[in-house]
Ligand binder design. Structure first.
Ligand code: NIG
Ligand code: FE
Length: 410
């Protein structure tokens, strides 16, 4: 089916297919086209241009008078497959406990793992599908989903199988990441190596054989997995050709970025604590730094020093981190607003970070992340807004009129 979108006030993020990411000062530039049209055939963008050049022989015309079109957000870091919630821990934090203290009491990731182990596949699938549908209506048009709340062979496979079923049932591009090394299960408390061996010798062979995984992740952090643990798992993952996306520098800088970049990680995510050595290794790499400002907002921890990253000529991607403990929200509109308000990104930088650079962090820049001939017709039609900067400015308002995925309205 051919559809023509006309009278677009401004078409945002119009780029050539060759642009896979933008870095440093280039992030300040957001290419747009005013008074434009967009032509979509089936699931693909086939043309765009100035309104005066719009084709006129098409039946299916959608008038976007006064509205803007953005590419959909690419959320390159989420944990949306989880069971139940942890609002009691939220209240405990309000009353003064820290995230670390809650985890040490058996809360945190282990609490979610227990809930997930006790939840049936069908129930887990339904809860996760509801979250996926929610974020799609909020403009997310490609997403990464991690495992890591299973922490046993069976429960990790259950999580990854839920992600597989979501991939089958929804047309939005989904990438699946194995995060077996998310926390140490209580039964391995005194023998971490035994759990790492389980990841390497049982989980990895099984999930790769069943084609359940696109990337590998490790929570490289004091009290979780050390740099040495991380390197062991990365070495093992290499045999299966898995690229990594690593949780690193959330609370401490312990050398994870050096190891991640050495292993050509696709992305390093969190980076709330970032020193000059870390920056040095990032500069000499192809690894995308990913900031998760909603996590900082919710936990009250420092924001990733995004200005420092970009002003050093590096790229930056923004993602939600949607999970039950540190970020119970997958709203990428809020992520973009928080990046501007709290991390001092300009709207241009934040929109680049949440679209094209997010696509790079999932290795799908050839499919999504910009309005480009040949890419998927995944885009947001806004309500009538005065400028694209109105999106982060009016944080908390829903400015989305409709979302199209693969050329179909969600
Ligand atoms: O990205 N930091 C590790 N993992 C998640 C939080 C996990 C949880 O608290 O359930 C994160 O913040
Ligand atoms: Fe995370």
């Amino acid at each position: 089916m051919t559809q023509l979108f006309i009278n677009i006030k401004e078409l945002i993020q119009v780029r050539d297919l060759e642009v896979l990411k933008v870095s440093g000062t280039a992030m300040k530039i957001l290419p747009t086209l005013k008074n434009a049209f967009l032509l979509v055939e089936d699931n693909t963008i086939i043309d765009y241009g100035l309104m005066q050049n719009a084709p006129n022989s098409i039946d299916n015309v959608i008038d976007c008078n006064g509205k803007m079109i953005f590419p959909t957000w690419v959320d390159s870091h989420t944990h949306i497959v989880f069971a139940g919630n942890r609002e009691q821990e939220f209240v405990d934090r309000i009353k003064g406990l820290t995230y670390e203290e809650i985890a040490n009491k058996g809360g945190g990731i282990l609490n979610s793992a227990k809930k997930l182990q006790e939840t049936s596949f069908e129930d887990l699938y339904q809860q996760s599908a509801n979250r996926l549908e929610e974020v799609m209506t909020l403009g997310t048009g490609a997403i990464e989903i991690k495992s890591g709340y299973g922490l046993t062979v069976d429960a990790e496979i259950k999580m990854l199988s839920v992600i597989k079923k979501l991939k089958e049932n929804y047309s939005i591009p989904i990438k699946s990441t194995f995060l077996g090394a998310h926390a140490l299960p209580t039964e391995f408390k005194n023998n971490k190596q035994e759990y790492i061996d389980l990841i390497i010798n049982e989980m990895l062979p099984k999930i790769t054989k069943e084609n359940l995984v696109d990337f590998i992740d490790i929570f490289c952090e004091k009290g979780y997995f050390s740099v040495e643990d991380t390197e062991q798992i990365l070495e093992a993952a290499k045999k299966y050709g898995l690229r990594s996306k690593i949780h690193v520098n959330q609370f401490n800088s312990i050398g994870g970025i050096k190891i991640a970049t050495k292993h050509n990680a696709l992305s390093v995510d969190h980076l709330e604590i970032l020193n000059d050595d870390d920056l040095h290794y990032l500069k000499n790499s192809e690894t995308m730094p990913v900031a998760l400002p909603s996590c900082s907002f919710f936990l009250g921890i420092p924001y990733t020093p995004a200005r420092k990253i970009i002003d050093n000529g590096l790229p930056l991607a923004l993602a939600s981190d949607f999970n039950p403990g540190s970020t119970p929200s997958g709203n990428m509109n809020f992520v973009v607003a928080a990046a501007c308000i709290k991390m001092k990104l300009t709207p241009e930088e934040a929109i680049n970070a949440a679209t094209i650079n997010g696509a790079y962090a999932l290795n799908i820049s050839n499919k999504v992340g910009s309005i480009t001939r040949g890419k998927l017709a995944n885009f947001i039609i806004t309500k009538e807004i005065p400028s694209y900067g109105f999106i982060p400015y009016s944080f908390g308002s829903n400015l989305i009129d409709s979302v199209f995925i693969n050329g179909h309205k969600v």
